[in-house]
Design a protein around this ligand. Structure first.
Ligand code: SF4
Ligand code: SF4
Length: 172
């Protein structure tokens, strides 16, 4: 009982209260100083961009649509790589289809005149693709990659189901 009374008396001692107030004031003033320095730092950065606009990294979109270069690791949907003669490397092995976790890819194979299995249609459902890249990693032939298109929205869902092995310029 005596011990409890002594403790309360110490906590309310005027010297103790004065010390707490000094510590609080010191912390408060320190935070004001840090905030002020941070403000000066930000203003200095803004001023440096004003004096040297080459440093500015913000891009003006859509004004720069024709010249915009997307980052190397940007994932804008699956595309099938075609060479200059519009040939692709897909063998129809279906490894990408099996790697896709949500069924965004359907590889429909057919046979050529010699009876050999070849790719018929490579169907890619952009509307459900999560851009996870698993199909790209699964392909042993580098036949598909992530595209750089970034304006992918459409009012028509059917336009988001794509035949990737369709040749460029083929409207069918
Ligand atoms: S990126 Fe992912 S979700 Fe999209 S098709 Fe490939 S595996 Fe499927
Ligand atoms: S894209 Fe690659 S993994 Fe997919 S079916 Fe073609 S060759 Fe096989």
């Amino acid at each position: 009982m005596d011990f409890a009374m002594n403790t309360d008396q110490t906590a309310n001692h005027p010297n103790r209260e004065s010390k707490n107030f000094k510590q609080f004031s010191g912390d408060y003033l320190k935070k004001i100083g840090v905030g002020f320095l941070s403000l000066l730092n930000g203003m200095g950065l803004t001023m440096s961009y004003l004096l040297d606009p080459r440093k500015v990294v913000t891009q003006q979109y859509p004004e720069n649509r024709d010249t915009l270069q997307m980052m190397a690791r940007f994932r804008g949907g699956v595309v099938m790589v075609h060479d200059d003669d519009n040939n692709h490397r897909c063998t129809g092995c279906t490894l990408c289809e099996r790697a896709c976790p949500n069924g965004s890819i359907s590889v429909l194979n057919t046979k050529n005149m010699a009876g050999k299995k070849i790719l018929g249609q490579y169907i890619y459902r952009l509307s459900q693709c999560t851009f996870c890249n698993l199909c790209i990693e699964a392909c042993p032939f580098g036949a598909i990659s992530m595209g750089k298109d970034f304006e992918l929205a459409s009012y028509d869902r059917q336009q988001l189901t794509l035949i990737l092995n369709k040749k460029k310029g083929d409207g069918s």
